[in-house]
Design a protein around this ligand. Structure first.
Ligand SMILES: C[S@@+](CC[C@H](N)C(=O)[O-])C[C@H]1O[C@@H](n2cnc3c(N)ncnc32)[C@H](O)[C@@H]1O
Length: 256
């Protein structure tokens, strides 16, 4: 039998956000690769399994180990959020080719939007969303800054922030050209989750001395903090859009 490696979207940390498919496949696997922090919330699902931390291995050794383990049965990787954005597992998926199966899950962006109870695009308010991280924009005078993505009508989702909040906010303020809502979503889906909803002009004071980004810590790992910026965070949807869509889109009957 040819066993496969399941890259299971494990969500932001709450096992209740696993899809039924991911839960079913996880049950089939005796060997599970678990990134740090996921072993505790997922303890009940991992009981009795052989656990490995993927980052304990150099790449070539990891691939060799996985292939050896595959002889005995399927293997699962718990993928934080899922593979869609900023996942470290792409090279592993590529190296495994047909042996890899990717199962989607709930990303930090989905979980934060749910916490805010806000869609991140809204007719007449926000027409586009941009996901970016200052960590991956590159260095040097020609590298873009987060301010380059900020503009009225943009919902901006900032992952793995690594610059001081006041500096980041100054860049965004320039791009938006006005005060707009900003939210800081910390450890979403974990028992100690926090969300601060403020604006560009008030967020620094609201956050105070708390280091939500591990900037003052020797730990180089990105903190579990997602920043969201833009008018959609607090705007109310205009109910007129409902009737407009009903008249122009939803009433249309075509079963093809
Ligand atoms: C390496 S990326 C992984 C993103 C993941 N693939 C996803 O879509 O959720 C890690 C960054 O995602 C965000 N993040 C992941 N989990 C989070 C959580 N539980 N709460 C808040 N932000 C989170 C943070 O910005 C963190 O620095």
């Amino acid at each position: 039998m040819n066993y496969q490696v399941y890259f299971l979207g494990a969500g932001p940390g709450d096992p209740d956000l696993l899809t039924r498919r991911a839960e079913r496949l996880l049950k089939e696997c005796r060997v599970v690769y678990v990134p740090p922090l996921y072993d505790q919330p997922f303890a009940e699902f991992l009981d009795g399994k052989e656990l490995f931390v993927p980052f304990d291995f150099y790449f070539a050794d990891l691939i060799t180990l996985i292939k050896d383990q595959l002889v005995n049965g399927p293997i699962a990787f718990l993928v934080p959020g899922d593979l869609t954005f900023y996942s470290p597992f792409q090279a592993v998926v590529d190296a495994l080719g047909d042996l890899a199966v990717v199962v989607p899950g709930v990303g930090a962006a989905n979980a934060a939007s749910a916490l805010l109870k806000k869609t991140l695009d809204l007719p007449g308010v926000c027409s586009r969303a941009i996901l970016a991280s200052p960590r991956t924009l590159g260095e040097g005078p020609d590298a873009p800054t987060m301010g380059d993505f900020a503009a009225p009508g943009v919902s901006l989702l900032i992952y793995m922030n690594n610059i001081p909040l006041a500096e980041l906010v100054a860049q965004l303020r320039k791009g938006y050209g006005k005060d707009v809502p900003m939210a800081l979503a910390h450890r979403v889906g974990l028992p100690d989750e926090e969300i601060i909803v403020a604006t560009l002009d008030t967020i620094v004071e609201r956050v105070g001395p708390r280091d939500f980004f591990n900037l003052d810590s020797p730990n180089p790992r990105p903190a579990l903090t997602l920043l969201l910026v833009g008018e959609s965070l607090t705007a109310d949807a205009d109910p007129a859009w409902w009737d407009y869509r009903r008249d122009n889109i939803w009433k249309y009957q075509d079963n093809s």
